[in-house]
Design a protein around this ligand. Sequence first.
Ligand code: PEP
Ligand code: MG
Length: 866
Amino acid sequence: MKPIILTSPLQGWASPLEAVPDPVFAERMMGDGIAVDPTGDCLHAPCDAVVLSVHASGHAITLRTPEGAEILMHIGLDTVALGGRGFSPCVTEGASVQRLDPLIRFDLDLLVCEARAVITPVIVTNPERFTIVRRETGKLVGIGEAIMTLEPRDAADVAVVEGDTVRRTIVVPLVHGIHARPAARIGEIARKFVSEVKITKDEREGNVRSPVALMALGVKLGDEITLAATGPDAADALAAIGDLILGGMGEKAGSGAPTPPAASPPTSVFPREGGGPGITNDGAAGSWAPASAGEQGARKPATTLPADGRLPGVTASPGIAIGQAGLFRLAAIAVTREGTGATAERAALDAALGLVADRLARKSATATGAERAILSAHTALLDDPTLTEDAHAAIAQGDSAAYAWRTAIRGQADALKATGDARLAERADDMLDLERQVLRALAGEDLDERLSFPAGTILLADDLLPSHLLGLDTASIVGFCVERGGPTSHVAILAATMGLPALVAVGPALAEIAAGTPLILDAGAGLLHVAPDAETQATAQTAFDAQTERRRAALANAAQECRTQDGVRIEAFANLGSADDAEAAVRNGAEGCGLLRTEFLFLERDSAPSVAEQTADYQRIADTLAGRPLIVRLLDIGGDKPAPYLPIAAEENPALGLRGIRVGLAHPEMLDAQLRAILAVRPAGQCRIMVPMIASLAELRSVRTALDAAAAATGHTEHVALGIMIETPAAAVTADLLASEADFLSIGTNDLTQYALAMDRGNPAVASDLDGLHPAVLRLIARTCEGGAVHGKWTGVCGGLASDPLAVPILIGLGVTELSSAPALVPEIKALVATLTIDACRAHAAAAMNCISAADVRTLARSFRP
Ligand code: PEP
Ligand code: MG
């Protein structure tokens, strides 16, 4: 059967059903579809059909297409109450109509005045037979313009009854297969039935009530799976679960996401802040080491400790730390196999599970951002019946609670890893984390106790995850060194946010350092000194004391307005990812937020945050900033920042694919929800909106249209500043065109550098050459500032260069008037700006643009004296 194309019955703004302020439609109780906010006064046929019914009040009509799809159109909300006033049906029941034929004329003015809303849902009321494979929303549509495509559900999908078992075989349409979110949702539906339901794939079977078991099947897009239900309501259970999966669960392939994920998604989701490879913080920030291997061209990570004890790495966050090695390795927890009796062991396990569940619930109540996401993943896994059933079965065989739990977890975690899917492998890490928590509860350990180190610890790890940091007492940690990772890895931004010096991509030699070894970390110079001699120690101590004094003085003056020595105003803003960051920013004298990375709310979740959730998060940050401007960046997801629930197909070249605002424009309902959430923050005007990854004026115009629509729909009348990020060379060289319509420009130097130099910002192999002070990048920045100035628009920098003391005088000389850096660095940036004069900066910037390499620019910058 061919797909059925439905065209718009009205002229107006097309929205997803969620936009309808009535749960009957928004929650799809009547079926699936879209809604149109009309600007005309006649409802037309969306396809050739027969009229099944016209409501007595004339406000609603149902059609049936020749293929059997039933379409309900309901003009406005609560319009039945008008008792027919304002509606003039043009057709009667049983009539045959053709696409575009007028069906109901209505008095739009009357509806606007008297109805609750005029938004008109267009609903497929038999979604069990037809699925919507394409829908056009978030835009103006004209009568006759295609708005939905329907396809009949798989004809081969028939239930077969064998004894008391019913089977149904279906082909999975989910673009990411059955990963955590669909698995959890399927489990939720399955629990509403008493029958036992299992899914089989390639002769492996999983109970649908267990998300872990389902995930472990590794079901991918296009896989054939068999559902088998046994019990009194088997047929209903199969119908519900099969239809749920076939309905796409919001992740159906087809609308721009046709291929299954092939390769592992990149793992680095946190962008770089506060430095980069080879960035030294001498000069204003006072490094003491000579130029090192860490800042000179391509660097191979050391495999063994060099004889001179100088271990190079890539700067993630600059600064000097003096201390001793602390090894971040979780101690193994020993468990004995033999139990003390099934009853006692079972009770012990259940009590430990209860303790962990309580702790997760307690912590979730106050957690935000990435922490909340981690906690909710742990809560869902702890709830999984397969884990508890497997553990109880082992206990019944005589195993101890600890041994049984560990075996249950490891079995499932191994199965997840064996799927080869990076998303599922991440869940396996979560499970191992949970294993430890339950084992510690069984051992009677205090779960809230954090892993602590002696004061002055420089933490050495092969990798550090946000969940690891949650379990660490960071007060005694003075720096990090990580074996793996790149300058954009999560540890880089975490270190910068915590104001700690850090190196990444140090290499396997790091593992040879014993706990307690004296260390000097000169992160700005890209060096770790292992067991330094007395002379090196003395020099480092002098530099460290100078750094401490400089920071103390900068912090003491941090409340002052940021100006150059000759009085030019430079706004000193901070980059934020959470309300905690906002608190740190205010403490450090930030004058506003130049970049709120809203993707922190969206990552590591299995579903998109609602408008209310988003508003609450933005409002908390706005309140913490106490009236200071808050520049909210629209979701910058895709590329190196995957969101598990978003059906973005695997891309060969994700950095050049669907990312940044391209995702928002491809998923207008998501963009609309975020715009509404930002508009709802009070006081109106505190939030400004910033669009990431702009490559053309057309994209900005589309966002402006969506913003206007969101403002109109929510009754928001105040002007909202709409600015753009300059992250593509295309945007930089057309900044004059963009600035004619953008309210401000903010340069994302992390991406601008990767795109200008054609070096992947997540690839450790090119990490040491990926330097924003390359003259090519500086010339693009100059071009941007000139373009902004043509229209009197300001240009700022919110990428890593704004946190680099060597770059700041050059940026100001190029015309940048706003710098948004890591919160902990704001006092030093302000102090540095206060030493500069604009003429000296301009001359310095001109010379920098004429250098032949980033290394030359750095040499020049080190000799610059304000
Ligand atoms: C940038 O690209 O410089 C930027 C600030 O955005 P992000 O690092 O979040 O990609
Ligand atoms: Mg960017």
